[in-house]
Design a protein around this ligand. Structure first.
Ligand SMILES: [Zn+2]
Ligand SMILES: [Zn+2]
Length: 326
């Protein structure tokens, strides 16, 4: 065991890079299943989520995909701030989605709730797969529009403004960006009367996949890349090169990227440069406020702060321009 150090190390890390992703992904899903079967589903799910987070943190140190992505970029606190804000909002929304259908069912009496659109007779796993495909349609289009439409890009750019990927920037989303995405992915499931466990599972799969896609861990997932949103596919989505970054919009399963022709999986493991050509504010509140002002939006888009057609002295009407300094 102690001889042959080099080759066995290489073989071990190669093997680890092959198995860690499916192990953690399906392991976390199993953990979520156990959490949902328990008396305190949300509590235990958060424990599973935290365990997954810690496992990824350890793997990032043990076998980073890019050494330089371990360097601090000064964005950690902002990343955590956005995570707490969006996760808090998301969990409130989950709580609301738990309460709303029950209240509705009580009000309308479940049995004459005649829209039998949702196949409740299917095994739960089949219902969850169906729900993932449907929710993914909303996730895909809200995400694609956020890239292709400048109005929505001003919110989504925050997520892409990082120049390295690691587990902590998973939750770096502008809260407006997150809310739009949640609404568009969940609304169809509401309209189809999907039951509560299905909603919980879609939320759980999305949370678990998201944590894994941003990690800086050496990964070989060739077998899974065509189906699941793996770290490799998501690294290409973060490319600074527009035609590479405008790809792989799906968050859980790659179905709609295949359908709409935006699936990108080059042989290379990751792009040369991540990030955006514009600039986001450096502080948390500035990042929240920036998309709401004209000046902020121009900074995000990487345009001149002073429009060409306006001569310099516009300070008087410039009430909104304080934002990014605040
Ligand atoms: Zn994106
Ligand atoms: Zn991302």
């Amino acid at each position: 065991m102690q001889h042959d150090q080099e080759p066995s190390d290489t073989a071990a890390s190669y093997f680890l890079s092959l198995i860690w992703w499916p192990l953690l992904y399906f392991g976390a899903l199993l953990g979520a299943g156990m959490a949902f079967a328990s008396a305190a589903p949300l509590f235990w799910f958060n424990i599973v989520y935290a365990a997954l987070f810690l496992a990824i943190v350890a793997l990032e140190r043990l076998m980073p995909h890019r050494e330089e992505w371990l360097q601090h970029d000064g964005e950690t606190l902002n990343d955590i701030g956005h995570t707490l804000l969006t996760k808090g909002t998301a969990q409130l929304a989950v709580a609301a989605t738990a309460i709303a259908p029950m209240a509705m069912a009580t009000l309308t009496r479940a049995d004459d709730h005649a829209s039998h659109l949702w196949p409740t007779q299917w095994p739960l796993i089949a219902q969850v797969v169906l729900a993932l495909v449907i929710a993914e349609f909303g996730l895909y289009w809200s995400h694609r529009i956020a890239h292709e439409n400048l109005f929505f890009w001003r919110f989504h750019a925050l997520h892409h403004s990082v120049v390295r990927l690691w587990v902590v920037n998973t939750g770096r989303f502008h809260v407006i960006d997150s809310l739009i995405k949640m609404a568009l992915s969940q609304a169809p499931l509401y309209l189809l009367d999907a039951p509560l466990p299905v909603f919980l599972w879609v939320g759980a799969v999305t949370a678990i996949t998201g944590l894994l896609t941003h990690c800086n861990v050496e990964t070989r997932t060739a077998l899974f890349d065509p189906i699941f949103a793996t770290p490799k596919l998501h690294r290409w989505h973060h490319s600074k090169t527009l035609k590479e970054g405008n790809s792989n919009y799906c968050e859980n399963i790659m179905v709609w990227d295949h359908v709409f022709g935006t699936y990108l999986n080059p042989a290379k493991a990751s792009p040369d440069r991540l990030g955006i050509s514009g600039k986001v504010a450096s502080d948390f509140l500035g990042q929240i406020a920036q998309p709401f002002s004209r000046k902020g939006a121009r900074q995000i888009l990487g345009r001149q702060t002073v429009p060409d057609d306006q001569v310099k002295p516009v300070e008087t009407s410039d009430a909104v321009a304080r934002i990014s300094e605040a």
